[in-house]
Design a protein around this ligand. Sequence first.
Ligand code: SF4
Length: 220
Amino acid sequence: MTRKQRFEHVIAYFEEAMPDPETELLYDNPYQLLVAVILSAQCTDKRVNMHTPALFERYPDIPSLATAEYDELFSYIKSISFPGNKTRHLMGMAKMVEEKFAGEIPMTVDELVQLPGVGRKTANVITSVVDNQPNMAVDTHVFRVSARLGLTVRAKTPLETEKQLIKYVPTGLVYKFHHWLILHGRYVCVARRPKCEECGLKPLCPYFQKVMKAEVVKRK
Ligand code: SF4
């Protein structure tokens, strides 16, 4: 099977299995999505969602966040991982959006990555989800699942994975593809013991054929 055919099969499978994949972070506007994605670094979406409603009520927009007091803001996110760094990132992000981008959340990757707490992955998420730009965000799930499915070959970094995926995924499907791999990685193709028994991609999965097949037979 060529790589192009592999992508075609995977896309056809997910189009059927998950026609409308979406981020699991709760948000109503670009400001809220940016804050939620910054908070979700090394933390689960579920935990972030537990705390953002109160946070957004107290800090509903960039001006309110830009004038936040460290201790008070910290108290709203103290149960999220790395609360100290994230408090500083949120305050710095809001200040920079006000001072450098006239209060508007910028919508290019090059501009977004200038904001504190925003790396390439976050910038790709924001621009693809909010503005439908064909930017592939690669997190740990996308990185792992792509490699297992043979969609990437010897990719050593998220950027290499991003470049290989972008080459084959049709522009209009980049946003969906990112969510497909995240959700598949979160619930089925999990890191330690992938649930291959319930995975419809088994027949074309090199990782299953080489590593998991014997393991699954043993589990029965
Ligand atoms: S068959 Fe197993 S390893 Fe391959 S994608 Fe499915 S869950 Fe992951």
